[in-house]
Design a protein around this ligand. Structure first.
Ligand SMILES: [Zn+2]
Length: 135
């Protein structure tokens, strides 16, 4: 699916994101795998391959998100869309506390849950990057 994203669009998206995953903030420079253009609304749900529907995502965020567009909020049970980096500010929805990404809104809660932003290995990795002043 990502192969349909042109080279121009790929570099535009990476630059706009400041080289960081727009969900977990992992810097591309510190990732073993190349960050990917994520279709915020997947193609099978009618999403387009254009700059408004694309976000820079690390491999793990992109894999865990898969073809989903949202999930059930663990607190309320309501069906909620994922955090959308095109029309939301990360800092309005999340904060980082001791390397853990703390969700502040329903959208953030379903994103943390489905993208598995706080899996143990990811928190450990984030902690070392913070300690090294790289995050
Ligand atoms: Zn990520």
């Amino acid at each position: 699916m990502t192969s349909s994203v042109s080279t121009y669009l790929r570099s535009f998206i990476a630059e706009r994101a400041g080289g960081r995953c727009e969900y977990c903030l992992l810097p591309q420079a510190l990732s073993l795998h190349r960050h990917e253009p994520d279709h915020i609304v997947p193609i099978q749900h009618g999403g387009n391959t254009d700059e408004e529907n694309l976000a820079l995502a690390c491999m793990r965020c992109n894999r865990f998100k898969g073809p989903n567009v949202g999930s059930f909020d663990p607190e309320t049970g309501n069906l909620v869309p994922f955090f959308n980096p095109r029309n939301r500010e990360w800092t309005d929805h999340f904060r980082i506390d001791n390397a853990v990404i703390v969700p502040l809104t329903p959208e953030a809660r379903v994103t943390v849950k489905i993208f598995r932003l706080n899996d143990e290995d990811r928190v450990t990795e984030r902690k070392s990057m913070i300690e090294a002043g790289l995050f």
